[in-house]
Design a protein around this ligand. Structure first.
Ligand code: UD1
Ligand code: UDP
Length: 358
């Protein structure tokens, strides 16, 4: 039986890899997990293992935070050491983080097969570190697990061999299907925050481009306050530690009407998202997740790597300009939310395992 190494490091990777890991356990496969430690706060890391019923990773490399070069370099060196010892036949990485690229690079240089889950996404914005990571990872992978036909087209256009490409759907759909009922039953988040179903906006924003520059973060926070003044619904914003750090550094105050809270575990977040009137975000995963949950989404960026969500009508790209955001919110609130899900039917994780074991 092939030996599989799974490499992850951030909360989004833990969530989107979770059903693959659940299946490896259930099928008693020969596998191990390397956690790079890119995310390490309890509410950015361990809580997801608890919520999603995942065993502790075999390795935690404790790379922590740093500049892109530091983080990528540390991951590369530490992952290589483990891979030399474990000798997997194939490794799986997911998405577009520094963990994704450095993990894939370490394995590719050791002549191990690399499977890239969520391959073929493109924003065509090279100012985003994620775009660099996803392009490079696709080009050193042996299996490209594309969530949609469009993502397959993207990598075919870049000259990648057709026989490396598989359209599987997105594993976020698997995670949502597997956890939604449990979240609805177990999470008390609406009660704890004193919110009524369908009567609040949910906000998340942590992209480097939006929060690491004072002017942009100021603009983002001020636009949130304007949204509150216009729509007069409570706004809840679980704040990523990157954003929290920058708000403090730039001495920016909490916008009026916006409740800044600590990052949430998956069950609480899923419940909060499922019951929101609207989601405002710059997250990649939340655009896809909101589409799956049939919650309208407005993206606070100039572009997206998930244009399928815009095409089916679940998402609008609004940037940080107030007028465009108001227009997008108005349009999204008028929708029937009956769009189709372009990211599959919840069977992506199973297909990925079958393909790498074949
Ligand atoms: C990373 C990914 C991004 C993804 C996000 C998921 C890259 C280049 N970016 O961004 O694509 O959307 O994860 O959430 O890989 N921090 C803590 N505690 C933690 C984690 C982070 O305090 O547990 C703070 C540190 O100050 C750190 C900053 O957040 O410098 C940024 O963390 P980092 O992992 O570098 O990038 P993310 O913004 O989380
Ligand atoms: N998420 C969460 N708690 C939070 C914010 C997000 O559990 O407080 C989940 C969310 O459900 C989604 C994933 O984290 O599945 C998105 O991760 P993130 O926005 O950090 O990364 P990105 O998708 O931008 O890479």
């Amino acid at each position: 039986m092939k030996k599989i190494g799974i490499i992850l490091g951030t909360r989004a990777e833990i969530i989107k890899m979770s059903v693959i890991i659940n299946l490896c356990e259930k099928k008693n496969l020969n596998y191990f997990v390397i956690h790079t430690g890119q995310h390490y706060f309890y509410n950015m890391d361990k809580i997801f293992f608890e919520n999603l019923g995942l065993p502790d990773p075999e390795y935690n490399l404790d790379v922590g935070s740093g500049t892109h070069g530091q983080q990528t370099g540390r991951i590369l060196e530490r992952v290589e050491k483990v891979l030399i010892k474990e000798k997997p036949d194939v490794i799986l990485v997911l998405g577009d983080t520094n963990t994704t690229f450095a993990g894939a690079l370490a394995a590719a240089k050791l002549d191990m097969q690399v499977g890239h889950v969520e391959a073929g996404l493109r924003s065509y914005d090279r100012n985003m570190p994620e775009e660099i990571n996803r392009v490079l990872t696709d080009h050193i992978s042996d299996y490209l697990f594309c969530p949609t036909e469009l993502s397959k087209e993207m990598v075919l256009r870049e000259g990648i061999d057709l026989d490396k490409i598989y359209v599987t759907g997105n594993t976020i759909v698997d995670a949502v299907i597997r956890n939604k009922k449990l979240a609805m039953k177990k999470s008390k988040i609406l009660k704890n925050l004193d919110l009524d179903k369908g009567k609040y906006f949910l906000v998340t924003a942590h992209r480097q481009g939006n929060v690491d520059f004072k002017e942009n973060l100021k603009k983002l926070l001020s636009v949130l306050e304007k949204i509150y003044r216009k729509y007069k619904v409570p706004m809840v914003y679980p704040v990523h530690p990157r954003t929290k750090k920058r708000m403090k550094e730039f001495n920016l105050k909490t916008p009026k009407g916006v409740r800044l809270i600590e990052p949430l575990g998956y069950l609480d977040f899923l419940k909060l998202e499922s019951n929101a009137k609207l989601v405002l975000t710059d997250s990649g995963g939340i655009q896809q997740e909101a589409c799956t949950l049939k919650i309208p989404c407005v993206t606070l960026r100039e572009n997206t790597e998930s244009p399928e969500t815009v095409e089916v009508g679940s998402n609008m790209i609004a940037g940080l300009e107030t007028d465009k955001i108001f227009k997008s919110i108005n349009q999204m609130l008028e929708k029937n939310n009956d769009w189709r899900n372009p990211s599959g039917d919840g069977n992506a994780s199973n297909q990925i395992i079958e393909i790498i074991l074949a």
